[in-house]
Design a protein around this ligand. Structure first.
Ligand code: SF4
Ligand code: SF4
Length: 340
């Protein structure tokens, strides 16, 4: 099956490269190697890990196919295995051309989407802290999807991992069709327990599976009356409630990409605000700790001004991080693991 979706590389997107050039910048500041040490080192470590995992993304299929082939039984087995490997949620759907980027082609029937949660407390520590958490979760997504692919091949079925180190699939259509959540106004999929605070990995396979039903829990209606991401976005890049397109009866609010890039690429600080201010981080899961963190965070944002960028918390005394971030951020968990 050939892909039909346009792909926007987060690093080499012609729009951001042109914006940087127009401003006389030699590099896109967020990806410049010489910027603040921690993220540059962490991104280098992430790229190294993705390169290490690349050869294991696909591989030989065990010629002795497992005797079990009941799709319901296989689905249970695969979801249990994915959770055992570290996924926080798993969804399955049939692969369609819109889930594949232009220029790529896959013969597989299904796509398994794996979600790994970002720690909400970690992401509230400011631009540097959230970037470190994001990089770390992306690396773990790659590790879990690679291991799940190997496991499926050991059962005698083809399987190929896709993750942030490869980026050949479109995440949102696969996750939504796999019953993991609904599209929100902030341009992310909202999961009923994590909101938008997660990262995904994928496995393509022909293993007989039972696809999930879409999980509709009212996000699209709620977003019509909630303006939190819209009002907190520093460059006002998020559309108003009525400013959406409809595809097959489904609303999609489009982000003004050049405006978003002003804040999220052409500065050397990460921007994650439209994820952090979304109430679905606690709304659907009833987690009192997350709700309390959310309230404290939003109280600080109210005081600082809604469109204040992410980094304003970083050097403060920090009610959210036990007295501010005077300690260096920890190494990536994947780095710690590889040093053992
Ligand atoms: S990443 Fe930041 S700048 Fe971009 S849409 Fe979200 S809040 Fe706005
Ligand atoms: S912050 Fe509000 S409007 Fe934005 S995605 Fe979340 S629920 Fe929807």
């Amino acid at each position: 099956m050939d892909g039909i979706s346009k792909f926007r590389s987060p690093i080499a997107d012609p729009v951001v490269l042109e914006m940087a050039r127009e401003r006389g910048m030699e590099e896109v500041p967020l990806f410049a190697d010489g910027r603040r040490n921690m993220p540059a080192q962490a991104w280098r470590a992430a790229f190294k890990r993705w390169a290490e995992l690349a050869p294991e993304r696909d591989g030989p299929v065990d010629p002795e196919r497992t005797a079990a082939s009941d799709p319901a039984e296989m689905t249970r087995l695969i979801k249990d295995k994915a959770r055992e490997l570290g996924a926080d949620d798993v969804g399955i759907c049939e692969l369609t051309p819109v889930m594949i980027n232009e220029g790529y082609s896959f013969p597989h029937k299904y796509v398994i989407s794996l979600l790994l949660e970002e720690k909400y407390q970690a992401v509230l520590g400011g631009a540097l802290a959230v970037e470190m958490e994001t990089i770390d979760v992306y690396v773990r997504c790659a590790e879990v999807s690679t291991e799940l692919g190997k496991y499926i091949r050991s059962l005698g079925y083809p399987a190929m991992a896709d993750h942030n180190g490869t980026m050949e699939l479109q995440a949102i259509p696969a996750m939504v069709a796999g019953g993991l959540g609904e599209m929100g106004k902030n341009g992310s999929m909202l999961h009923r327990r994590f909101g938008a605070s997660f990262r995904p990995g994928f496995v393509l396979t022909d293993l007989p599976l039972v696809p999930d039903e879409p999980d509709l829990f009212g996000v699209q209606d709620y977003c019509m009356n909630c303006r939190l991401c819209e009002n907190n976005c520093p460059p006002a890049a998020i559309a108003g409630s009525d400013d959406y397109v409809t595809t097959d009866g489904y609303k999609r609010w489009l982000i003004d990409i050049p405006k978003c890039y002003e804040a999220s690429r052409l500065r050397d600080e990460y921007c994650h605000l439209c994820v952090d201010v979304c109430p679905y981080v606690h709304k659907g899961n009833g987690d009192p700790e997350k709700r309390s963190l959310y309230k404290q965070f939003m109280g600080k944002r109210r005081k600082a001004g809604w469109r204040t960028p992410q980094w304003f918390l970083e050097d403060e005394d920090g009610i959210l991080n036990g007295g501010g971030r005077s300690e260096p951020l920890p190494a990536l968990r994947s780095e710690v693991r590889s040093q053992k």
